[in-house]
Structures are given as C-alpha cells and as structure tokens.
Ligand binder design. Structure first.
Ligand SMILES: [Zn+2]
Length: 220
C-alpha cells in the first residue's frame, strides 16, 4: 500500500511539474532546457546588437521562427515557467559576448503597473531574476515605468525615440552608483527602450551599462 501511495505521489508530481521545451512545447526531462530537435536549430554564435547610446546588447537568438514563438508563449500565453530555461540561454550569450566580464548588479526593463496587473508578471523581470540566480549576481529593481506608451514595434523608427521619453524613472539611486549594471529585456528591436533605460542609469552615476535580451531583431 505504501508503495502504491509513493507511486501515486510520484505520478502526480510528474504531472504537476511537467517541463516543456519553450520552443516547441514538447514535454522534456526536468533536467533539460530544450528538446534535441530545437537544440539543433540553435545558432552557433550569439547576436550582438547595440542599444541607443552605444551600449552592447547580447542575445542568444534572432527574433524569428521557434525563438519568436518561445518569446510569444512566454509573454502572452502564461508560460512564465519557461523563464529558467530561457535565462539559461541568455547567460550563455552574456558569457560569450562579454567574455566572462563581472557585473555588480542585474536589473530589468520595467513594465507599467497596469500591464503587470493584466499579465500577472513582468517577463523581463523573471528573466533577469533567473539570470541573476544562475550568475550569482544580486538582482535589483532600479527603474519603474511611470507612463503608458504605445507599443514600440507598431511605430515608425523616427517615432520610437520620442515614444520612450519620460516613460521610465529611477527608484534606487544608491544601488546603481558606481556600479557595472547588466540590464535585461525580452527583445531588442531598435534599441530605443534599452537605450533610454541605460541613459537614466548612467545619469545616476552608473559605471557601465551592458544589455542582454532573449531575442534580437537583426537590422539589415
Ligand atoms: Zn523543442
């Protein structure tokens, strides 16, 4: 009987804590971060882009195909549970692009409290917290979004810089003073959002701002 109960408990745990591949949603082993098929599609090298202001941004994936799907599910289909697996890939990319450089703190691009209420989580914060855990660097919430703006990717490129002005504000000046900061977002497109966040962090005496995202829109 005890054996039976034990088996039942294990089956329930397997069912409740099913781990899926973030890129195709196939069930995978708990120790894995993606299925073999998807791993074969991973690019060999990271994407290196630049946020406005010249801050480097490391991303493991281009914003297309299975990577775009993973980001969509993570952000809009309540698949916040993918965070650890996705953060694992961001950390690999950070190590590659920044060559093992040390960061004092990790932070994230914030979302407006209305969006937070609707979605229940800030996707960039989940990624940043998991990256911080993996890298052994403290996570600090340094910025807040004080104004709702239009969605960046619906705008023409000349409207995007204007759209992020006055949208973010520092909440922890002491935490960034003299620090090397790594800021995480889910995707970089034109780099205006990360650029604006970096500008504010630099204004409050940050030593250096480096960026990392899961996906990068490759500007041709
Ligand atoms: Zn897969």
């Amino acid at each position: 009987m005890t054996d039976f109960i034990e088996k039942l408990k294990n089956a329930a745990a397997e069912f409740l804590f099913t781990v899926r591949c973030p890129y195709c949603s196939k069930v995978i082993k708990r120790s894995e971060y993606a299925c073999c098929e998807c791993k074969n599609k991973f690019p060999e090298t990271s994407v290196k882009e630049y946020a406005v202001g010249g801050h480097i941004c490391a991303a493991p994936f281009p914003y297309e195909g299975i990577f775009k799907n993973a980001l969509y599910a993570f952000k809009f289909k309540c698949r916040g549970g993918y965070s650890k697996q996705l953060a694992f890939m961001i950390v690999q990319s950070v190590n590659e692009v920044y060559n093992g450089e040390h960061f004092d703190i990790i932070t994230c691009v914030p979302i407006h409290k209305k969006a937070l209420k609707q979605r229940g989580y800030n996707q960039s914060e989940l990624l940043a917290r998991d990256c911080a855990n993996i890298m052994g660097v403290p996570f600090v919430q340094t910025l807040e979004k004080i104004k709702e703006n239009k969605i960046q990717h619906n705008l023409k490129s000349n409207e995007r810089a204007q759209n992020v002005k006055g949208v973010y504000r520092i909440i922890d000046k002491k935490a960034v003073d003299g620090k090397k900061v790594l800021i995480i977002d889910d995707v970089i497109t034109t780099g205006n959002t990360l650029g604006e966040c970096a500008r504010i962090l630099m204004k409050y005496n940050c030593k250096k701002v480096s960026c990392a995202t899961l996906c990068a829109v490759i500007i041709k």
